[in-house]
Structure formats: C-alpha cells, structure tokens
Design a protein around this ligand. Structure first.
Ligand code: COA
Ligand code: MG
Length: 291
C-alpha cells in the first residue's frame, strides 16, 4: 500500500473546494463531515460527498471521509451515506482507543457486505489524541482491524483540556502537545501503521510548515495533514526521500550485502551497524512506495 505523504482536508459541503481538490497533488483527500461543516449543513454535505466520491478519479489520489465521532448521532448517518461510494478509508475523530476502531470496523463490515464491497477494503485513520483520555490508549493499537494511519490533533485536545493556548510565546507546542505527538509516533510504530503528523493551521507560513515537516520526517512521521492547497507541494517534497538519501541508503545496503559476515562496517568515515541497515531499508521502501 502507498505511503500517504500528504492528506488534504476538504470541507464536504464546499462544491468549489471539492471540484479543485483532485488536481492539487495530495496523495489523499479527506472529505470532511465533522468540524469544518456546520451542523445544519451535514445532511447536504453527506449527499455532496457521496456524489463527489462516485465520480472521483481514483488513479490520482486516495479519497477518505472524516466522519463525526462515534458517540454522536451523526456517526451512523455519515457512514450510511458515504460507504456505498467506496471511499478508500474513514478518518475517525476523537478516537479513544482500539475499542473505537473495533466498533467502527464492525459498522464497516456490515456496510461493505450491504454494498457488495470487498470485506475489509475500507481503511481507518485514527485521529487519536483529541480527548483527555485518548493519549493513554496510544500504545494499544497493535492488531486493531483496518487501521492504516495514526495521527494526532492539538486543537481539539487544547479545547478538551481547557487550555488558553497549545503554543508558547515562541509559537512552539507546549509540553502536553509535544507528549501527544511523541506518543502518537510511538503508538503508530508499535502498531505497525503509518504515523501522520498533524496540521499546521497557519497556512500562509510556508517556512514554518517546511520546518515542521522536516522535524516530523526526522522523527519518523511519514507524512502530514494539509488544510490548504498551498501546503501540499511542500509536504510532498519534505516526505519524499531525496536522490542523495536514496543513494546513501543504497550504499549502506550494498556494503552490508558485500560483507555478509560483518556486524559493523565503516562507510565514508562513519560507523555502520544493524540500525543503520534497518533505516536504509526503510528509506528504500518509502522511496519505492511513494507515488
Ligand atoms: N481544498 C481544496 N481547495 C481549497 C482548499 C481545500 N482545503 N482550501 C482552499 N481551497 C481553494 C479555495 O477555494 C480557493 O480557490 P479559488 O482560487 O478557485 O478561489 C483557493 O484554494 C485559495 O484559497 P484561499 O483563498 O487561500 O483560502 P480560503 O480563505 O478560501 O480558505 C480555509 C481557507 C482554511 C477556510 C480553507 O483552506 C479550508 O477550508 N481548509 C480546510 C479546512 C478543514 O477542512 N478543516 C478541518 C480539518 S482541521
Ligand atoms: Mg476537530
């Protein structure tokens, strides 16, 4: 399955933004039925999202839908409205643990059978740090059915904690949000799913976005959420291994292959051992799977 470098949110009730979204170059789009849509427009958004999915060109991007939280009266209405249009996956907000994934997976089982969609084909992205309870479950997602992506959110978490801000005076996340980010990263790797970094809401601040992308990639995230078309190219570039990185990774793989008895080797004056080989193999895997 492809790595999702960029996942662009598109409000599910905006004809203009939906029409534009397929040509922006995002690896995946998330048509939103939750926070970016006013409650009274949700019925319309469900219809528009269904219609849009039915005619979308699936060769260019993956098409996901963000539903409303499982404990809301909107949740089942969202799923019943969109599953028949075969989204690649469902993004679940306010996810509090693997029990929520299991509940959603059961709903999807029924709806896939009803619509003649191959069982298990619709994936799940968990937005897994949006309530006070959610971060405590981040180590428990291993084996959760259909789960492909684990991501985090700082806006709803700040609201859940009664925070006056989630950033300090220098514009950096304060410790509660740094913790959520780190636990999301650990949780994704522990579960064997893709770690996706959260949104940068300040969509005109390109330098800041680039820095956040580079820091996320450095730490092990494989992509980032976008909310504005201008963010997509920056994100795609940052999460695509460069020619130099691929060449370096290949050199590491080659030198180990040429020295099968060696546990540790040197390359250009630097020590190499098992973790370096593992990282090189990961870079080749990402480079091969990026679109
Ligand atoms: N997807 C597709 N197209 C988008 C888009 C998006 N997320 N955001 C903006 N566009 C389009 C606009 O319609 C506009 O099109 P035009 O040139 O044909 O007029 C163009 O890109 C430039 O947009 P701009 O004027 O810079 O932004 P805006 O003020 O119209 O919108 C936001 C700003 C933040 C409201 C908008 O980007 C947005 O809705 N983002 C998604 C929000 C969301 O889903 N949030 C929930 C998850 S956190
Ligand atoms: Mg939200």
């Amino acid at each position: 399955m492809s790595v999702i470098r960029s996942m662009l949110f598109v409000p599910g009730d905006s004809e203009k933004k939906m029409a534009k979204s397929g040509s922006i170059g995002a690896d995946a789009l998330i048509l939103d039925l939750e926070d970016s849509v006013a409650a009274q427009r949700r019925p319309l958004a469900r219809e528009m999202t269904h219609a849009y999915l039915c005619q979308a060109d699936r060769t260019r991007a993956e098409y996901w839908v963000r539903m409303n939280p499982l404990d809301s009266s909107d949740a089942l209405l969202d799923l019943v409205a969109v599953v028949g249009a075969r989204p690649n996956g469902i993004a679940l907000p306010k996810c509090e643990g693997p029990h929520h994934i299991l509940q959603l997976a059961h709903y999807l089982d029924v709806l896939e059978v009803q619509h003649g969609i191959p069982l298990g084909s619709i994936g799940i992205t968990a937005i897994a740090t949006e309530t006070a309870a959610a971060p405590f479950a981040l180590g428990q997602y291993k084996g959760a059915p259909r789960l492909r992506v684990l991501t985090w959110g700082a806006e709803d978490l700040g609201a859940a904690l009664g925070a006056s801000s989630n950033k300090d005076d220098a514009g950096e996340y304060t410790p509660p949000y740094v913790l959520a980010r780190s636990l999301c990263l650990y949780g994704a790797y522990a579960a064997g799913v893709q770690a996706l970094d959260t949104v940068q809401p300040d969509f005109r601040a390109e330098d800041k976005l680039r820095r956040e992308c580079n820091e996320a990639r450095r730490d092990g995230f494989l992509g980032k959420i976008a909310i504005h078309p201008a963010q997509v190219a920056v994100i795609n570039e940052a999460f695509t291994p460069s020619v130099a990185e691929v060449a370096q990774a290949q050199a590491v793989i080659d030198i180990f292959a040429a020295n099968p008895e060696a546990g540790t080797l040197s390359l250009n004056g630097k020590m190499l051992d098992k973790p370096h080989l593992k990282q090189a193999e990961r870079i080749m895997q990402i480079a091969g799977r990026a679109r």
